[in-house]
Design a protein around this ligand. Structure first.
Ligand code: SF4
Length: 470
């Protein structure tokens, strides 16, 4: 593994320009397959940005692409099996199109032994790189186009500023504010593959948000493994202060953030959510378990009482707030009593949505070696029971909106359903009949029904002011 160099700007723009001159006229195309969380999705947008800058355009399908990139995630069990399976399936395509370039990157490749295994097992893969050397991609691509096979995994890095980004839509955009994680939850591989926490300078974030507003984006989502520990220069309550700065930007109408760690959620943040009209009334607050014993074994560093207290404060002060969460069932040594504590917490909070998972050991984490690993059947049964309970809460939560009006920022149009869709400020998804020109507009919708994870409505009025939202 190489040592990282400090990178405070996109130093490879010259390489991109060189590639552009050599390849633009050949109309080469790319396809990026992204796995995992929003951080990975946003990294894929940066890869797309560098490819566009180098003269490549998106392919209509994987089969038609000249370059295929897999941006991998290693958080879930079986991820490796799945990714290796999907890469293996490309062999046929590579045999038919020997000039096809296949690259693999992302968290999974940050684990050097996995990257080595992949390079050995699939000699037709041309380039491999980790999460920390994203900005070396243009020169690696150039090497491959010059006939080399290349791989580069570096450990630890400075924040990379100025990477070009090609975003998926023109309404809502992701902005990284903090990279890495210091928390070492005992089940999680992220701190090992994404490194220690590094906060971006607030001025750079504000600059990026202003540029997005100039391009017509109306909503930003601030990203980090734990946005609450955003602390440029170790500053206290840095995240709340950042929200105040972003709230002043003309053109940005909604500010979201993800993910929040309950142990770091400050009073200052709750106050900012109350005071700042553009900060949305939604929080994704992973609880992971309702049992104090399991929370301690997970090294989460909060109790269920603390979590419930945060929920009470948020509900008391932030009008119309909805909470979403992540929950793991079947953590090592979890008893029926522990699991019942989780069900009880779910009943008490009433999350509007929850990502639920069966615990799966990740190599290299503390929990993988803990005694009391549960059998698959027990974990499966618990997950089923939790999902059934959560589905009841989603239905009840949806029902409370029926007959009410809501302001939706239209994000897109679902061709299959023939409906436009967008979100309320509190993250509730709404589908409604409208033309594609509704995209990017605030629309007042009367909620008339619900389906599994979303609401159905009809338009009452268009071009609503954002002030009508909260
Ligand atoms: S807070 Fe915990 S679960 Fe989240 S990324 Fe960090 S170590 Fe993983």
């Amino acid at each position: 593994m190489l040592e990282a160099k400090a990178k405070n700007g996109f130093v490879q723009d010259e390489v991109c320009k060189m590639l552009y001159q050599s390849y633009k006229h050949l109309n080469k195309t790319y396809h990026i397959q992204s796995y995992g969380c929003q951080m990975n999705t946003h990294d894929s947008e940066k890869l797309a940005g560098m490819l566009s800058m180098s003269g490549f355009s998106p392919a209509a399908s994987k089969e038609e692409a000249d370059i295929i990139l897999f941006n991998t995630c290693c958080v879930r069990e079986h991820a490796e099996k799945r990714v290796f399976g999907n890469i293996g399936a490309l062999k046929k395509l590579k045999d038919e199109k020997p000039k096809l370039i296949i690259g693999v990157c992302g968290c999974m490749m940050q684990q050097e032994e996995v990257a080595d295994r992949l390079m050995r097992r699939f000699p037709f893969v041309d380039l491999v790189f980790g999460t920390h050397n994203l900005n070396e991609f243009p020169s690696m691509l150039k090497a491959v186009l010059d006939g080399e096979r290349t791989s580069s995994i570096i450990e630890g890095c400075e924040i990379e500023e100025g990477l070009p980004v090609k975003r998926a839509d023109g309404v809502s955009a992701f902005i990284n504010i903090i990279y890495g994680c210091n928390n070492y939850c005992s089940y999680c591989i992220v701190p090992y593959v994404r490194g220690r926490e590094r906060s971006r300078e607030p001025e750079k974030i504000v600059e990026e948000a202003k540029a997005l507003a100039d391009q017509g984006y109306k909503e930003i989502t601030l990203l980090g493994q734990n946005v609450n520990s955003y602390a440029p220069n170790g500053e206290k309550d840095g995240f709340a202060k950042l929200l105040y700065m972003l709230n002043d930007i003309d053109g940005i109408e909604r500010i979201r953030f993800m993910t929040s760690h309950p142990k770091d959620l400050s009073r200052g943040l709750i106050e900012a959510m109350v005071r700042l009209p553009k900060v949305c009334n939604h929080i994704h607050l992973p609880v992971q378990s309702g049992s104090n014993r399991i929370l301690e074994a997970m090294n989460r560093r909060y109790t269920r009482e603390h979590y419930m207290d945060l929920v009470d404060q948020l509900r008391e002060h932030v009008s119309g707030i909805e909470l979403t969460t992540d929950i793991i069932v079947g953590f090592p040594s979890e008893t029926e009593e522990d699991f019942n504590d989780t069900l009880d917490l779910v009943n008490r909070v009433g999350f509007s949505s929850a990502y639920t998972f069966m615990y799966s050991p990740r190599r290299g984490t503390k929990a993988a070696k803990m005694p009391g690993q549960l059998d698959a059947e027990t974990k499966k049964m618990r997950l089923l029971a939790l999902n059934e309970l959560q589905a009841e809460h989603v239905r009840a939560n949806n029902k409370k909106y029926i007959g009410k009006s809501a302001v939706v920022l239209t994000e897109g149009y679902d061709e299959r359903k023939g409906l436009a869709f967008g979100k309320m400020t509190n993250f509730k998804m709404v589908y409604f009949p409208a033309d594609k020109d509704a995209i990017g507009r605030f629309i007042s919708v009367k909620i008339e029904g619900e389906q599994k994870n979303s609401l159905i409505g009809r338009i009452e009025g268009t071009n609503m002011s954002r002030d009508a939202e909260k």
